[in-house]
Design a protein around this ligand. Structure first.
Ligand SMILES: [Zn+2]
Ligand SMILES: [Zn+2]
Length: 252
């Protein structure tokens, strides 16, 4: 499995003042390509990879509807489906990203793709990749899910934004090949529903993946230097942890 980090910005300031790029993660396994959380710049940054949406992209996965995760979803659907000519592109998203006042995927765009709704315990096969929904997060009132991606003999867990709660540990698998954390903050902030470094340390100590990666950085995290923070997490947990940077390619 190969991962391309188009952007590593987290939260409003770093994303919308473009202190780092945003645009999510591309996941490649065999001949299958998924785009996870196509935030602002996802479409443009896609072209820094060897792929083209209309030739290579098989599916888009939204962990939740916030714009730093979804702003380019309509553009990517338009491109990947060649405005409806290329069939079979999958879109996985929580219900509140698709329906009602909160929807971020246009009804027009939804008609161009095969829509699958993310909910706890659901799972989807997209080409060579299996996507499984692990558990729901509390994150400022919107639906967010932790996701397991399985391809070849590798397993990658993506833990998007949300407030860490003990019940997560009942749902997160042990010993996977890679855990990706949207660890926005360095220190815990009880009133903001985001992951922090102490949460990452707690999860890694309990679940012991082979490797871990932190991304989705706030200004606070950038000031702390993510590379140094990753080293600190490695030392505390014994799990080799790296900090993502814009354009990073990682082979699992
Ligand atoms: Zn969010
Ligand atoms: Zn976010």
């Amino acid at each position: 499995m190969k991962l391309f980090f188009l952007g590593t910005a987290g939260g409003r300031t770093v994303t919308f003042k473009r202190i780092r790029n945003s645009g999510g993660i591309l996941l490649r396994e065999g001949r299958t390509l998924l785009h996870i959380d196509p935030g602002p710049g996802a479409f443009v940054n896609f072209f820094s990879t060897p792929y083209e949406p209309w030739r290579d992209l098989n599916g888009i996965v939204l962990s939740h509807l916030h714009l730093d995760h979804s702003a380019d979803v309509n553009t990517l659907i338009e491109s990947a489906t060649e405005s409806g000519k290329r069939k079979g592109v999958k879109l996985l998203a929580p219900r509140d990203a698709l329906e009602g006042e909160t929807r971020v995927v246009l009804p027009y765009s939804q008609r161009l793709v095969d829509v699958g709704i993310l909910s706890e315990g659901s799972g989807y096969q997209i080409g060579d990749l299996r996507v499984e929904v692990l558990h729901r997060h509390n994150h400022h009132g919107v639906e967010v899910y932790s996701l397991l991606f399985r391809g070849g003999d590798k397993e990658v867990v993506y833990i998007p934004c949300g407030r860490f709660e003990d019940f997560w540990l009942e749902h997160l698998p042990e010993g996977v090949d890679l855990m990706i954390f949207n660890s926005t903050f360095y220190g815990r902030r009880p009133n903001i529903d985001h992951l922090s470094v102490p949460d990452v340390v707690e999860i890694l100590t309990a679940k012991r993946p082979k490797k871990a990666l932190i991304t989705h950085f706030s200004l606070e995290m950038l000031r702390k230097n993510p590379l140094r923070v990753a080293k600190e997490i490695t030392e505390k947990t014994g799990v080799e942890t790296t900090a993502a940077h814009d354009g990073m390619v990682l082979e699992v």
